[in-house]
Every structure is written in C-alpha cells, then in structure tokens.
Design a protein around this ligand. Structure first.
Ligand code: NAD
Length: 490
C-alpha cells in the first residue's frame, strides 16, 4: 500500500538533545528500494545547521570530558541494553530503508552492538602508561584525553554498523559527536539518537545533521571540529581526506573496494561456493567486503559449472521475505550504473555467463538486478578495475598462486582478499604477499570486529589510524607526557 504524503516522516536534525527543523527548504525523498515507496523526506541541511550542531557539541564537551570515565561507560552500558531490547525493530528499519535481507540486517545490528560493547571498556581503553626512574628522581607518565568535537560521515550500505564504528567509541572516550548519515538511509540514525538519549546521554554529546555536500563541507571546514571519520566511495574519501587534512584535522577515510577470492585446486567445492555466493550476492553486492572477483587456480571448469548452477538458484526478492538472498540495489541510478558496466564488460570481451538484467521485467517495482557473472575477465577491463557495487561477479583464470596474487595486487584497491585452501604453504604465501589489509582464509566475508582495527589499505583507505580496536582509541584521543622530578629524602 502506498503511503499518503501525511504519513511520510519528515526527518529532523538532532541537536542538543532535541529534534530541530533544518534551516533549509530543500528535502530529498527516502525510498524503500524493494518497493520504490517513499518512506521519508530528509532535509538537505545548510552550513548554519552544521554550525549550530558544532557549537552545541563544543559546549557539551566542556562537561562531558570531565564526566568520570566509568560514569560515561555506564551510559554506554544502558545504550547497549536498549539496543538489545530493540534489535528486531532496528533490523526491520535497516531492511526498510536499505533493502538488505532481514537476516543480513540482524547481523548488522549485532556488529553495531559489538562496537558499543567495545566502547563500554572505556576505563580500560583510556588507561595511560608510566615508568618510574627514567632518570635520577624522574618519572614519566602518559595520559590519554579526548579531542573535542568529532564529525562522522557515513554511507548507505550499513546504516547502523558504520556509524557504530565511530560515535560509541568517540563518545565513551569523552568526545562529543556530530553525525551526517547517508541521505539515502537516514532513518536508522535518528532511532539510534533516541535510544542513546534514553540511555541517559546528556544533550549535545551526540548530534545528527542530515544532508549532503554542504553538511560534509561544513564539518570539514569548521575550526572546532577536531577530527573526521569518513566511510564511503573512493573519490569522496580522497576529497574528504585532503580537505580535512588541509584544515588541520585528524582524518580517517575508508573508501571503495574490489575484493578478490582465490580458489586453489584443493578447495572444498561446496563450502567454497556457498561462501562466494553469500559474499558476492548478499546485500546485493553492496558490501565493502563483497567478493567481486574470483580467481580460479588451475583446473576450474567443473568448479565454474557448479558455481553458476548454484547462482541460478539464488532467491531474489524483498528482504522482508524469508530465505531471500539477493535484494535490490539502493536506487535506480545504482541499477543503471551496474547495467552500464555489464555493457562495457561485453564490449571489452568478457563472456557473460549469467545476465541479471534479464530479471528486471519480473520485478516491476524495486531496484532489482539479478545475479550477473562474467568469465574470462582480464585485469585491464573496466569491470575488473572499477568498483561496481552491485551483484556482478567476475571470474578470472590463473595458472598458479603467483599469477593469482599478481591479479589481486594489480588492483588499486586493498580492502580485502580471501583464499580457499587448506595448504599451509599457500596460506602463508597469501598472507605474506597479498596487499589488501583484511585477509580471509576459507572465509567469504573477513568482517571487521569491534576489538580489532579495520585495516583496509591502498586506495581503500586514506589516513593512518583505522576505525575500531586500539587504532580507534588512538584516533579519538590525544596524549600528554608528564616528566616529573620529585625528590624525596630517605
Ligand atoms: P558515497 O561516497 O556516495 O557517500 C558517502 C557519504 O559521503 C554520504 O554521507 C554522502 O552524503 C557523502 N557524499 C557523497 N558525495 C559527496 C561529495 N561529492 N561531497 C561531499 N560528500 C559527499 O558512498 P555510498 O554510495 O553511500 O556508499 C558506498 C561506498 O562506500 C562504496 O564505495 C563502498 O565500498 C564504500 N564503503 C567502504 C567501506 C570500508 O570500510 N572501506 C565500508 C562501507 C562502504
């Protein structure tokens, strides 16, 4: 049933613990990608909204940084309990606005909750170091302090997990935060703000300003924003990194990906095929860890036959339905972009084994692209070089592991790669020679965990300190060294 205009939620910004109208008359529709129904309208806020949020966060920082660390952690514990209580509701909201299956959405909620669990450790994570007698009567101490106001800019594909890589830890460590969620999936963030407030967070510590480029630029240019965390596509990540750094800010910018999976001759076929299918087609290929290329070493024809047969059986549909694996891409524009790449793949000589475009007529509503597979892909083709971010899989053939690794390392991206084998020597060679920063061994999605850094490299990451784990702690804190000469008479 189509919603009437009155039922469609007009989103507000969250500033100083209150819902505020943005100072703009520009709004953008938010759609359910599976039905094309309008589910909300998001304000495209202005510089003055950013200014208001940052000023509020700056004021809140004065008392938040002085709030005892265990007391801050207790609010995170309350937030954690609320997230657990509302986890099914949150998962449904993710499916509604992002389109991914409920199963994937539930997994995403859990990944987000794990980040909050990690942030609950703030008292341990913030502990300093000391060394007595570095010289006669002199001791050294290291103290860790929050930075101030931190900005977060997030993509559409993980409306909960990616913001949770940022704000729970930053806030637990004593910073205040301004989040700009993706304008394509803005609903979940507002629900997180409500729950965080309900957990006892003081006003102004966590703020949301919805919008697009102006909000991003506002954060990058504001002198009171001390650090920027960004996750999104490569060109924007590079832009954010350069501009934030030029304005004297700390910045971590996580970018696009092209993830290769190497299948060695000894790989266990059924399990490997299952891992590849989930990785390449789950969330419609719109995961930064999605398998977008399979490199088959040695005799591979039987494997390709079995893989494509399994791919043909994938159930496509609305993520709210049971057992659906392949869900829609986020917008019509993303569908069109993928179709353009499929056309280029054909023109550049790859063999189209499965054509997802054929499915479009069966799904008149929703941005559905069926599973698409190219064989005989070469590293110089557009479909091999560029991130498509859709359910389009490329198959390469390689004579041996050396050639497979060359293919992996030719990519400008370095987010992740996986090898399927039980050969210890091959695994070790892969670990030593593959350039991406997140490696999987018989694991289709070597997903980031809250307590380890997400270590993508090359053009998949701009910055020094990654999100999550100790890198996250170091990113959101600064240190002071105190050297003391304290003489006492014995
Ligand atoms: P996107 O780059 O279009 O948008 C990301 C954010 O940047 C959004 O908040 C958006 O409003 C803002 N933005 C977009 N264009 C901008 C511009 N020209 N100037 C200023 N701000 C701008 O990314 P997306 O389509 O939302 O997300 C998908 C991308 O994110 C993929 O490339 C994917 O690989 C990447 N991603 C990477 C990781 C990772 O960990 N490396 C994780 C998730 C997603």
């Amino acid at each position: 049933m189509t919603q009437s205009v009155e039922e469609i939620q007009i989103l507000k910004n969250f500033i100083n613990g209150q819902w505020m109208d943005a100072s703009t008359n520009q709004y953008q529709d938010v759609f359910n990608p599976a039905t094309e129904e309008k589910i909300g309208r998001v304000p495209i806020s202005s510089y003055s909204d950013v200014d208001e949020a940052v000023e509020t966060a700056k004021l809140a920082f004065m008392s938040w940084k002085k709030t005892p660390v265990p007391k801050r952690a207790r609010i995170l514990f309350n937030f954690h309990q609320l997230l657990i209580k509302h986890k099914e509701e949150l998962a449904k909201l993710i499916t509604l606005e992002n389109g991914k299956s409920l199963k994937e959405a539930r997994g995403e909620v859990l990944r987000g909750i794990e980040c909050v669990e990690f942030a609950c450790n703030a008292p341990s994570l913030m502990k300093g170091e000391n060394l007595a007698e570095i010289a006669g009567d002199i001791d050294s101490q290291l103290f860790r302090y929050p930075l101030g106001v931190v900005g977060g800019i997030t993509p559409f594909n993980f409306p909960m997990m990616v913001p949770c890589w940022m704000f729970p830890l930053a806030v637990a460590l004593g910073n205040t935060f301004v989040l700009k969620p993706s304008e394509r999936t803005p609903l979940l963030a507002n629900r997180l703000a409500e729950l965080f407030s309900q957990a006892g967070l003081p006003p102004g510590v966590f703020n949301i300003v919805h919008g697009a480029h102006d909000v991003v630029n506002g954060l990058l240019e504001h002198e009171d924003v001390k650090a920027i965390s960004f996750v999104g596509s490569e060109p924007v990540a590079k832009y954010v990194y350069e501009k934030a750094a030029a304005n004297g800010k700390r910045v971590q910018a996580l970018a696009g990906a092209k993830n290769h999976h190497i299948v060695m001759p000894d790989a266990q076929h059924d399990e490997t095929i299952q891992q590849i299918i989930n990785s390449a087609f789950g969330s419609a290929g719109q995961r930064c860890m999605a398998c977008s290329a399979v490199v088959l070493v040695d005799e591979a024809d039987d494997f390709v036959h079995r893989l494509t047969e399994k791919i043909r059986q994938i159930k496509m549909g609305n993520g709210m339905e049971d057992d659906v694996l392949l869900t829609p891409v986020i917008r019509e524009k993303n569908y069109a972009n993928a179709v353009e790449y499929i056309q280029k793949g054909i023109e550049e000589g790859a063999k189209l084994v499965l054509d997802g475009r054929m499915q479009k007529d069966e799904f008149r509503k929703g941005y559905f692209l069926g599973p698409t597979v190219f064989d005989g892909v070469k590293p110089d083709m557009s479909i091999a070089r560029e991130e498509i971010f859709a359910p389009v899989l490329s198959l390469y053939r390689a004579e041996d592991l050396n050639e497979a690794l060359q293919i992996v390392n030719l990519s400008k991206y370095g987010n992740s790669a996986t090898i399927y084998t039980n050969d210890a020597g091959a695994i070790r060679k892969f670990r030593e020679e593959a350039e991406p920063g997140m490696l999987g061994v018989n694991v289709g999605v070597p997903a980031p965990m809250a307590f380890f850094p997400f270590s993508g490299g090359k053009q998949s990451f701009y910055g020094d300190l990654h999100v999550n784990g100790t890198d996250g702690v170091y990113f959101y804190t600064r240190i002071k060294m105190v050297t003391s000469r304290l003489v006492y008479s014995s």
